[in-house]
Design a protein around this ligand. Structure first.
Ligand code: NG1
Length: 488
């Protein structure tokens, strides 16, 4: 009995016997919790979805350009049983998340903004809307949910919750869906919570392979497992600045999505005026040098000449596009919930966002080569360039991330950069494996025991265990579901 669970976990985490012991104890604790919260019943299934760290390719996914993340050994786990009615009843291991119950029937109205239950609803709503499960007959499920991915830290805890919820709902209904279409559906489904995210997180959580990074291309989704350079480790350091996608950060994230949409329209117009090509792009990658049969440099020059490098007001953008401001707002600035993104007072920074996306996409392609060649120092250089572009052109860094990146480089990281959406969250550092212990010690002294204690007026999140804020990434398998019968 015990062997079944441990064997499954050994396959997933590919870890030492000591760590396996801890993983097994965690799952057993969740199973016990299930029994105590659901009047002694035994669970039928276990579902697990990992978080991720993005190595390179930031804010490229929603533009149709590639990314290169890897999973981490932190995840969301559901211990569940199907129900005979349509109720979905989820209770969290952590008491800071209240129990959430709803009906697996359309429509699925959201809980209040920011509620954790909305990520469960996002998955269920997406699957029902796609008609993958008959909305009139869908069975609900009851589950205990446990998570070890730091929240609001750019490590994709929200998407792991969406992926796990989807697998729980599908499993409870005896339904299997291929990974690629599921990842594509869940990328759209997660927008239910109000941010206009891309598809990286759901794809890597579902399609990752043990010990490998995953190069992901979009529209259509394609993945390529990529070996990591030998003797190179990736260390995540949490800045302890929370970056939740609510309020100001959601605006900042959505603003960049809209700036890229505006850039797409402006670039298409500029290329048309120059070459006569009538283009109907959906996203920036539809206008890449490769797609247009032109040198990227040529396109960049056309764009710079046509729109300039300064921020543009909505009025100026409308003028370039030959449309009224109302028409541009409606066509390009409308968010999923139907609201309009308000114009930033300093204007839309079209050129800078465009420049970041195009150069970052190129860096991902170069990184594929550097990974294949096992060239750690080339990987590090590309990560450093990526960080500079994220900071200067995409403007998603903050003083704490800057401090942490500098500390990382001073302590021997070949590359150090912010990872994920930015505005706080984590850095990822490429460190020679034989220097990891020294690196972790150094960052702990300089950042967690130094910077964080000195900068008292900043709002750092507290932590119980240093291993949760600075750790080496270990790529686990992608998400999965399995029967828990043998684990009773
Ligand atoms: P995180 O770091 O999980 O907030 C977000 C988006 C990704 C991607 C990155 C930036 C969601 C669910 N995820 O990730 O798709 O755009 O930012 O590269 O919105």
């Amino acid at each position: 009995m015990q062997r079944n669970l441990s064997e499954e976990l050994r396959r997933i985490y590919n870890c030492s016997p000591d760590e396996l012991f801890l993983h097994t104890a965690r799952y057993e604790r969740l199973v016990t919790l299930y029994r105590s919260r659901f009047s002694g019943q035994n669970p039928a299934f276990i579902v697990r979805a990992p978080g991720r760290v993005n190595l390179i390719g930031e804010h490229t996914d929603y533009n149709g350009y590639p990314v290169m993340p890897m999973t981490i050994d932190r995840d969301v786990v559901f211990i569940l049983g199907p129900r005979t009615d349509s109720t979905i009843d989820t209770t969290n291991e952590s008491l800071s998340f209240e129990r959430r119950t709803f009906n697996a029937r359309l429509p699925v109205p959201p809980f209040e903004q920011g509620d954790w239950g909305n990520y469960v609803k996002a998955a269920v709503h997406g699957i029902l809307e796609a008609d993958w499960i008959d909305a009139k007959k869908a069975a609900g499920f009851q589950a205990v949910v446990g998570g070890t991915i730091p929240e609001s830290a750019g490590l994709s805890s929200s998407s792991a919750l969406v992926v796990a919820s989807a697998l729980a709902f599908l499993t409870a209904n005896g339904k299997e869906i291929k990974r690629e279409p599921l990842a594509e559906l869940l990328a759209r489904a997660e927008r239910y919570v109000g941010s206009e995210g891309g598809g990286m997180d759901q794809a890597v959580s579902l399609l990752a392979e043990t010990g490998k990074a995953l190069k992901i291309d979009f529209f259509p989704l394609r993945t390529q497992p990529t070996s990591l350079p030998k003797n190179l480790s990736f260390v995540v350091c949490n800045s302890l600045i929370r970056a939740p996608k609510s309020e100001s950060i959601r605006y900042a994230y959505n603003r960049r999505v809209i700036e890229c949409r505006l850039a797409t329209a402006l670039v298409a117009k500029a290329v048309k005026e120059c070459s006569g090509k009538d283009l109907h792009p959906t996203r920036l990658a539809d206008l890449s040098g490769e797609k247009l049969g032109l040198e990227q440099r040529t396109i960049d020059k056309i764009v710079a000449q046509a729109i300039g490098e300064k921020p543009l007001s909505l009025k100026e953008i409308s003028h370039h596009l030959g449309e009224t401001t109302e028409a541009v707002q409606k066509r390009l600035c409308t968010l999923r919930d139907g609201s309009m993104l308000t114009e930033p007072p300093e204007g839309f920074k079209i050129w800078n966002r465009y420049k970041h996306v195009v150069t970052e996409a190129h860096r991902v392609e170069l990184a594929v080569g550097a990974f294949a060649a096992g060239d750690g120092s080339a990987v590090g250089d590309l990560m450093n360039q990526s960080h500079a572009s994220c900071r200067d052109d995409y403007e998603i860094s903050c003083p704490e991330l800057e401090a942490l990146v500098s500390i990382g480089r001073e302590l021997g990281a070949l590359g150090a950069r912010l990872t994920g959406a930015g505005f706080g969250g984590c850095t990822v550092n490429a460190v020679p494996s034989n220097q990891v212990a020294r690196f972790v010690e150094g960052v702990t002294a300089a950042y967690y025991h130094g910077y964080v204690r000195q900068e008292k007026e900043r709002r750092f999140t507290s932590y119980a265990n240093l291993h949760d804020v600075i750790f080496v990434c270990r790529a686990t398998t992608g998400a999965g579901a399995w029967p828990s019968r043998g684990d009773r």
